[in-house]
Structures are given as C-alpha cells and as structure tokens.
Design a binder for this molecule. Structure first.
Ligand code: CA
Length: 225
C-alpha cells in the first residue's frame, strides 16, 4: 500500500483529500503545518507528498526545498497546492523543485489523476545503460548526467527526462500533449504551460546549446542539429 502525506493547514480540505485518497486505496497521513510535515516526511518517507504552499510557520516552498536538499527525502515526489497567481514557475522550477502543482480550487478527481501520474513516473526510471549524443550534448542515461561540450550541467529529474525524450526523438516534432504524456505521465491535461516552463529552463541551463531545441509555434518542440 502506498503512503501519501498531506501537508495542509486547512483542516477541512486536508480531510476531504485524505478521504478521497483512502477511498482510492492509499494510506494517508496528514500534517497541518510545515515543520511537522517536514519532520513526518523524513520519518515516514511517504511515496508522495501533497504540499500546500501557504502554510503557517514554514512555507510550502521552504518545506519542498528542504526535502529536496535532504538525501532521505529528495526522491519523494511533491505535488504542490497553489493558488492562482502564485509563482508557479518558481514552484516547479529548480529553486523549489516540486514535481508538479495543482491550482486551488481543484477537483479531487484531477488531484487523484495527478497523484497517480506522479507515482507512475516515480516507478519507471528511464531505461539504463546508454550514452546518447547530439552535437555538443552528451546524455548518460545510467548516471542521469548531461554534459555540454564536455562540461557537466545539472538538471532536475524532470528536465533530464524531457531532454532525454527530445534527444531520443531527434528531428521529430513532439507536441506538448505527447510530452505531457511521456515525460509527466498525463493522459490528458488542459494546462500545457508546464511543458513551456520546463523548456525555457532547459534552454537557460544549456546556454548556446539551448538553440538545439526548436519551437514549432502552437504545436510543440524538437531537437535538431
Ligand atoms: Ca494554506
């Protein structure tokens, strides 16, 4: 049975989400403030954390950052609950490092879809054992590392997966929907901004090599030499 930790100070909401997740067969723990949540995350090591952004004591962004810096909790996927207008780019960005977010108010159905997708992703690492090269880019799939002109550049696991898929399908146009399915595991999602945000960050980290990623307006992306 998979365990989900909910860190949310709105007790009614935490209870509603917990109820729905338990009905789906998950074991659920809850915490109502950031510090308690952080402590539980490192003690219980849940399979996934649902983390509210606005929390008393320690903000959700701080909880997430701390989790991602701690070896014991770094690999636990974090689904952040945010309000519209909060800095979503930052939340899923390298600085905070949440794997995904849901904007409040959300439907429990949508939340459960996201939870399942994140758990699937966590269970299927990319197939190991190969080094892939495109121009100045070298991806070591086993080591999860990327080098550009021989210099190692650090990427989050989602960024790596996105880059890996684009590199594997070099020269072939990938729609946002296909990327959401293959990188994030979503069957369908209305908000394709997640893809754009991650592409922007990939390019930023890749420097001049970022130009290898081509935008096809209104459709998607591809990597091409
Ligand atoms: Ca809150």
């Amino acid at each position: 049975m998979q365990t989900i930790l909910i860190i949310e100070d709105e007790k009614d909401l935490a209870e509603l989400v917990a109820f729905n997740l338990e009905r789906e067969g998950f074991r659920v723990m809850t915490a109502h403030d950031g510090l308690t949540g952080l402590d539980q995350a490192s003690r219980i090591k849940p399979d996934l954390v649902i983390l509210d952004l606005m929390l008393p004591g320690l903000l959700g962004t701080e909880v997430c950052k701390t989790m991602k810096r701690n070896e014991k909790t770094a690999a636990i996927p974090v689904l952040m609950l945010t309000a519209k207008g909060e800095e979503i780019d930052k939340v899923v960005g390298f600085e905070v490092g949440a794997e995904d977010y849901v904007v409040k108010p959300f439907s429990t159905r949508e939340l459960i879809l996201r939870v399942r997708a994140l758990l699937r992703r966590a269970a299927t690492p990319p197939s190991p054992g190969s080094v892939v090269k495109v121009g100045p880019l070298t991806l070591d799939v086993e080591r999860h590392s990327v080098a550009i002109d021989g210099a190692e550049v650090s990427f989050t696991s989602t960024e790596f997966k996105l880059l890996h898929i684009l590199v594997q399908r070099q020269g072939r146009l990938q729609s946002r929907e296909v990327l959401l399915r293959d990188v994030w595991g979503y069957a369908f999602v209305e908000d394709s901004r997640t893809v754009d945000t991650h592409i922007t960050r990939l390019r930023g980290k890749m420097g001049a090599a970022g130009e290898l990623i081509r935008t096809v307006r209104g459709f998607g992306y591809k990597i091409e030499l």
